[in-house]
Design a protein around this ligand. Structure first.
Ligand SMILES: NC(=O)c1ccc[n+]([C@@H]2O[C@H](COP(=O)([O-])OP(=O)(O)OC[C@H]3O[C@@H](n4cnc5c(N)ncnc54)[C@H](O)[C@@H]3O)[C@@H](O)[C@H]2O)c1
Length: 348
């Protein structure tokens, strides 16, 4: 496969950006943000969980500044011409979601480790004095494992279950990605920033791979039961994707962020049971809550985390991050987006 060129345009930021996983949920919102800034953007995505339709809005606003390569990351870096240069690389491609990882541990581990290794090697080989790519690696709050700390600080110890429980392979694969990225920075001077996303939510997220909020919003719109796994007292913090993607280019622009790890998300906790009630109230749905044991949802031996709250002091100090949108705002926009895709109104 030979990668097609992006036509040159005189307008714009002059920044060449590459977004892996750009047809996914977070990636497609980031692509729009980069196009708004005036970048020329290359998206690499194998469409394993992403959708071409996620990029429709971006295509419409791009004025020819967006090119899409349907490929694995490893395949795309082979196909790009040797003189292809990027100022910023956002590596979001991954096998995402606890259900996906539990169902396909081999594919998930190979994707999460192999594709990250490929993009780091690509960026490393393209280092040049004064013109090296800056690279953001998407990691996850899962990296903290089942540590009992609250809130989670970036330098805290991590605690995992045994390797016989496949759910921990996602955390471990993301932790290896972080080690590899930081090692490239330490050994080769690669400008990397590692970002641990906490629960990110918003329009275009799908519930097929175990994500809780899209599952709840969809069920509430259909009038179906909202299935809460376990006792529902587990606590999470949800941050709107539009707040999240706004801060990513700022993290890459700030020299002091290079070689560091950042938590990113909201630090406003809510229990899953509380979230289910909020979805029902916000959408005026007739749905009810139904508790489902973990063994039924994920099979025997599944371990969940009781409380997942980030310490955001590092990212606040570095780039002044604050989440602006409330969960109710997010729930309403997810409902609007699902209805536009053909899901019925509440109660209809
Ligand atoms: N959404 C969250 O709450 C959350 C939380 C923690 C971490 N993250 C991280 O953020 C990133 C984006 O996640 P998302 O929620 O947008 O998920 P997503 O599944 O919507 O996006 C991942 C994208 O990567 C693509 N992809 C997967 N394997 C690929 C490969 N081998 N080559 C090329 N493309 C490939 C998929 O098709 C998809 O478009 C991931 O790295 C994920 O681990 C997300």
């Amino acid at each position: 496969m030979k990668a097609p060129d992006i036509p040159s345009t005189s307008a714009g930021s002059g920044v060449e950006s590459l977004v892996t996983g750009g047809a996914g949920f977070i990636g497609s919102h980031l692509v729009e943000r980069l196009l708004e800034r005036g970048d020329r953007v290359t998206v690499v995505d194998d469409l394993s969980t992403g959708r071409r339709s996620n990029l429709e809005r971006a295509m419409g606003m791009s004025g020819g500044r967006l090119r899409f390569l349907e490929s694995s990351v490893a395949g795309a870096v082979e196909a790009l011409s040797p003189d292809a240069r990027f100022d910023e690389i956002y590596h979001l491609a991954a096998a995402v979601g606890v259900r996906l990882v539990v169902e396909d541990p081999i594919g998930s581990i190979e994707t999460n480790v192999g594709q990250t290794a490929a993009i780091l090697r690509f960026a490393h080989e393209r280092r040049a004095p004064g013109a090296s790519p800056r690279l953001l690696i998407a990691s996850s709050s899962e990296v903290y494992g089942k540590s009992g700390n609250t809130p989670f600080g970036e330098d805290d110890d991590v605690v995992y279950g045994p390797t016989t429980v496949s759910r921990w392979s996602y955390a471990l694969s993301k932790a290896i990605d972080e080690h590899l990225a930081l090692a490239y920075h330490a050994a080769g001077g690669l400008a990397v920033v590692v970002v641990r996303f906490f629960n990110t939510v918003g329009p275009r997220q799908v519930g097929d791979y175990g994500m809780v909020l899209p599952r709840f919003v969809l069920a509430a719109l259909r009038g179906d039961d909202l299935e809460v796994h376990g006792d529902g007292e587990q606590v999470r913090c949800f941050c709107d994707v539009r707040d999240v993607v706004g801060v990513l280019p700022r993290l890459l622009a700030e020299k002091a962020c290079v070689g560091r790890v950042f938590n990113l998300g909201s630090d406003r906790p809510i229990s899953i049971l509380g979230l289910a009630d909020l979805v029902i109230r916000t959408l005026g749905s007739r749905s009810r809550v139904r508790r489902v044991p973990y063994t039924e949802a994920y099979g025997p031996g599944f371990e969940d985390l009781r409380r997942r709250v980030p310490d955001l002091s590092r990212i606040r100090a570095a780039v002044g991050f604050e989440a602006g949108l409330s969960i109710e705002d997010t729930i309403r926009s997810m409902a609007v987006s699902m209805q536009a895709d053909g899901v019925p109104e509440c109660g209809s």
